[in-house]
Write a protein that binds this ligand. Sequence first.
Ligand SMILES: NC(=O)c1ccc[n+]([C@@H]2O[C@H](COP(=O)([O-])OP(=O)(O)OC[C@H]3O[C@@H](n4cnc5c(N)ncnc54)[C@H](OP(=O)(O)O)[C@@H]3O)[C@@H](O)[C@H]2O)c1
Length: 329
Amino acid sequence: MSSESGSVTRSEVVCVTGGSGYIGSWLVCLLLRRGYTVHATVKNLKDERETKHLEALEGADSRLRLFQIDLLDYDSIVAAVNGAAGVFHLASPCIVDQVQDPEKELLDPAIKGTDNVLTAAKELGVRRVVVTSSISAIIPSPNWPADVVKGEDCWTDTEYCKQKGVWYPLSKTLAEKAAWEFSKEKGLDVVVVNPGTVMGPILPPGLNASMLMILRLLQGCTDIYEDFFMGSVHVKDVALAHILVYENKSASGRHLCVEAISHYGDFAAKVAELYPEYNVPRLPKDTQPGLLRAKTGSKKLMDLGLQFIPMEQIIKDSVESLRSKGFIS
Ligand SMILES: NC(=O)c1ccc[n+]([C@@H]2O[C@H](COP(=O)([O-])OP(=O)(O)OC[C@H]3O[C@@H](n4cnc5c(N)ncnc54)[C@H](OP(=O)(O)O)[C@@H]3O)[C@@H](O)[C@H]2O)c1
């Protein structure tokens, strides 16, 4: 079976790094549903919390292989990528607070890990690599002209990140830059997806950073992260975005992947309105002064056929999943 682009055979083998994670699990799920054979990477094959939910997916018994990798161990990556026509590189540490050693915990695995994955892909003749970057590689960018919408042209200010000690955006920005540099120098076909804050149904047993954020809000946490825009996006849309940019040969460059950009205060107010039974705090409405609203921020993905699930449904799917998994009652 071929895609619209005519270049992708859906029975082919693809590799998903970070396959055990929140977004990775949904991507593996959708790829299996589409007929692909998937090499998914996990950090520890012996840990059932990383493997069981993947092994339970439809098609997993015959078309899923799990590989243990460490992003800093090139040979482990080669074994996972070997035989794959395409690679989706999602694995990256997602620690947004309490970083003790930024170099070791975030920057090295993100940047050297990307380099290792792309080197393996090039060596093994992979056709296209989809790299999962983030809206965090687009903002914070405080020196961007105030009257110009921040989109795929805009890059996070790395000096500002260092000054403020915000290491996760720095890790995503430097990793994405490394990917573009590699692509240019070595001639590897790379496409990038830049998701906002990803929410929706949870497949793994544990919670990732973005679902923890909405859980904290439901529990009454009043933290407002400086420069934190709510670029909400449904986890299934993020997984689909990866597949669309992989399958459509014409897709190129960065792809901002958000359904809506809102003030964090407005997002919290929406959660409170939908779920008055929880202790959602009232936050200032204007949490990011000067925020510009763009209705078609993710136009590139919309043009590829992605119809984004609206924010209200994203919130409902998130809360229902947090409830059914027992994170809130
Ligand atoms: N969630 C969001 O809102 C969001 C938004 C924009 C971009 N992203 C990006 O999307 C990707 C997936 O994020 P997620 O939300 O799905 O987070 P997640 O659930 O924490 O997934 C991260 C994955 O990376 C793996 N990983 C981390 N460090 C590794 C290492 N040193 N060696 C091998 N594997 C390693 C993790 O393995 P373990 O499970 O074993 O730790 C996990 O499978 C990341 O690149 C993240 O930056 C996420």
